[in-house]
Design a protein around this ligand. Structure first.
Ligand SMILES: *Cc1c(COP(=O)(O)O)cnc(C)c1O
Length: 288
């Protein structure tokens, strides 16, 4: 358990990465920020022409060539929302057994699905079979509780023992512990499941409606946000300021994200009625 998933990321990067880490771009910046100085960081840039989808074969070839001791996959990825199917994750794991640490960050996995049952396909169980697999999971986004600072990582027992020996004790609050007791309850999970599936349907409807606005391009996402490219020549910071000041809608510029060529913003889904307000605001803004 960590004081937010961020603490588990820090623990894993600082304790298990030896000399070389492979990270896809664009990414959640903590992965390379914690790696700075001591560790060589290799980037694999995802292509917007491929809708930021990971090319599995090319990725495996890159691993064989560069021989990193650690690789990071964020699934679905932040900030692109792009998703890697569980069969492809299994294939990567099978092909990369010589890699010492395979980190899979599933902080947005609850928003993903592979068929019309909307079940999410976590790789968490595979920790039992792959000693090199490390699953990272935040509960900040799917449960909307970033403030209580709760997250966890799943990994081989020896790695857990090593971390506990090296100071990760008394790091979570009573409030986070209270939440995780709920999280483990079957009844809580059943209630959550109903809301989760409804939220996914609303979110995918929202993305489809956003896509109809001709000044923007919405990249396919299985997270609760979509990466949006402005294709009418406007600047992403202008877009975000106007939406916030004039309409009270907060979206995130991606100017600080490495590996994005163009004007990009990240727009998160909210409730059905709030999503409509976001759509109406963007449409209205483009009129003036
Ligand atoms: C937000 C986020 C985290 C960190 O979440 P915590 O709030 O520290 O639990 C980790 N990974 C990804 C991909 C995230 O987006």
């Amino acid at each position: 358990m960590g004081n937010g998933a961020i603490e588990t990321i820090q623990a894993v990067i600082h304790n298990f990465v030896k000399s070389k880490i492979l990270i896809n771009l664009p990414t959640f910046s903590s992965y390379y920020e914690f790696a700075k100085n001591r560790i060589e960081v290799i980037y694999n840039k995802l292509d917007k022409n491929d809708k930021f989808q990971l090319d599995i074969e090319q990725f495996i070839q890159l691993i064989k060539k560069e021989k990193p001791d650690t690789i990071v996959l964020i699934n679905p990825n932040n900030p692109t929302g792009s998703y890697i199917k569980l069969t492809d994750i299994k294939y990567i794991l099978a092909e990369c057994q010589e890699v010492e640490n395979i980190i899979i960050d599933e902080s947005f996995i609850h928003f993903s699905f592979e068929d019309d049952t909307y079940t999410f396909k976590s790789a968490a169980e595979l920790v039992k079979y792959y000693n090199n697999l490390i699953i990272i999971k935040s509960v900040s986004k799917d449960f909307g509780i970033a403030g209580i600072r709760g997250g966890y990582a799943l990994m081989n027992q020896n790695k857990v023992k090593f971390l506990l020996k090296n100071g990760y004790l008394w790091n979570i609050s009573g409030l986070a512990e209270y939440f995780f007791n709920l999280y483990a309850k079957e009844t809580f999970y059943q209630e959550y499941e109903k809301i989760r599936v409804k939220f996914i349907k609303d979110t995918q409807d929202f993305f489809a409606n956003l896509s109809k606005i001709k000044q923007i391009k919405v990249y396919p996402s299985l997270a609760n946000f979509a990466l949006v490219e402005l294709i009418d020549g406007s600047k992403c910071s202008d877009f975000c300021y106007k939406l916030l000041i004039k309409y009270g809608v907060y979206t995130r510029t991606c100017t600080d994200k490495t590996g994005l060529d163009g004007e990009f913003v990240r727009i998160a889904a909210r409730s059905e009625s709030e999503n409509q307000i976001i759509i109406d605001s963007i449409q209205d803004m483009f009129l003036y």
